[in-house]
Ligand binder design. Structure first.
Ligand code: ATP
Length: 318
């Protein structure tokens, strides 16, 4: 579908790539472990996290164009700015600058991942834009090169290039895959009405910690990594943890009722996803996940609940 970027003849280098549309699918992420360390001098917190990509997707289609444009449908339409502030546009510009090509494309986003939901939807879209434009423009970068550009766009973006289950350190941008025998984990994703701003949730966590009102930081992800290797949902359930949960609950106390409803429905564990307000629940298997999703939705404690599974691959041409 794509050809290498390179000179067509010696005098007139020409851009090669896909002539037809390139469609890229990208997953949402949850954090199985989110250990938030101290605030660093650069304003970021030191993280020890285990990312996990799940079967809730955004899709980005890239077509040839004479300028760079973005349209969208689905979650967040009418709310999300489609200008240079959008991570899709920023990613296209970053790739074009790196590869030395003009940043021209017609991009269309189909969004299922809720805005500001703690599922890294914006980062997922940035990762999708890097992969889609790389194929459209024929720039032929490796996943590692794309991940390096991704790190400049946001802490979660490199993970969404790779997908799967991975350990994230630094501010989350240093990603190494968790190698485990293939296991599917079954989740319920309970989407809230409205989002939470990630920087605000970090500020609330700092405030709770300064006031001595937060639990001890989780620290390393070693116990979670050991639990993953056992491939038993009950063992994984006991190891899930998120330092940001207390702060998300403090800003959005109604999430306690969502977590309770999941527990009442028989989920093995429930936790806030990233900075929230989405809550995720671990189920014993796929049919249990469907049943728990229906019960949580019937309890009226979230906007929507649906079953999902993971790990899923990162941003990929489909
Ligand atoms: P994270 O878990 O990485 O903190 P999140 O899931 O809480 O992220 P996102 O939906 O990724 O939140 O986006 C947060 C903010 O990023 C949005 O409120 C919006 O202002 C901005 N943004 C820019 N581009 C996008 C995009 N394509 N999709 C979603 N948000 C975007």
């Amino acid at each position: 579908m794509t050809e290498a970027w390179g000179p067509d003849d010696e005098d007139e280098p020409r851009l090669r790539g896909a002539s037809g549309p390139v469609r890229v699918r990208v997953p949402a992420k949850i954090n199985l472990h989110l250990g938030v360390g101290p605030l660093r001098p650069d304003g970021y917190h030191e993280l020890n996290t285990v990312y996990h990509a799940i079967s809730l997707h955004d899709e980005l289609t890239a077509r040839r164009g004479d300028t760079l444009t973005l349209t969208m449908e689905g979650e967040g339409t009418g709310e999300l700015a489609l200008d240079d502030s959008n991570l899709v546009i920023r990613a296209a510009h970053a790739l074009a600058a790196y590869a030395g090509v003009p940043p021209y494309a017609r991009l269309h986003l189909r969004k299922q991942i809720p805005l500001a939901g703690g599922l890294a939807g914006g980062s997922a879209d940035a990762a999708a834009a890097l992969v889609a434009c790389d194929a459209l423009w024929g720039t032929g970068l490796s996943r590692d090169e794309l991940a390096a550009i991704a790190a400049g766009l946001g802490s979660d973006v490199p993970f969404l290039i790779h997908g799967g289950t991975a350990l994230g350190t630094g501010r989350g941008e240093a990603v190494s895959p968790v190698l485990a025998r293939p296991t599917s984990w079954h989740w319920v994703v309970a989407v809230a009405d409205g989002g939470l701003s990630t920087p605000e949730v970090y500020r609330e966590l700092d405030r709770l910690r300064a006031a001595g009102a937060a639990a001890a930081p989780l620290g390393s992800a070693d116990a979670l990594l050991a639990a993953l290797r056992q491939r038993d949902p009950a063992v994984l359930a006991a190891a899930l943890g998120n330092d940001m949960q207390a702060a998300a609950l403090s800003l959005r106390p109604a999430l306690a009722a969502t977590l309770k409803a999941g527990e009442a429905a028989g989920a093995l564990a429930g936790l806030v996803s990233g900075s929230g307000p989405t809550c995720v629940f671990l189920a014993a298997d796929g049919s249990d996940a469907e049943r728990i999703a229906a019960e949580i939705e019937a309890a009226g404690v979230c906007r929507a609940a649906r079953a999902a599974h993971g790990p899923m691959p990162g941003a990929r041409v489909v």
